[in-house]
Design a protein around this ligand. Sequence first.
Ligand SMILES: [Zn+2]
Length: 91
Amino acid sequence: MALTQAQKAKIKEKLSEALHKNGRDNFECSVCGNKGFTIADGYANLSTSDKIGNVVLGGQNLPNAAIVCDNCGHTYFFNLIVLGVSKDGKE
Ligand SMILES: [Zn+2]
């Protein structure tokens, strides 16, 4: 399911707040230096497991927004709970 414009706007707002809180005005790709990014059209829920190689469907996960560099494709993951987009990993 695609993210709504409101969901993307909230991610952008909270990411901007995090940057400013840390004294930065913009975000630059660490690989190519590009300043243009796209918010992926869905949450990136990274599953966690206590065993290497296990994939647990329906188990715990880290809810993230994926921010993709428009030039090289390098992708950053930002935890939605830490950003303040979600209080408990749910909407
Ligand atoms: Zn890049």
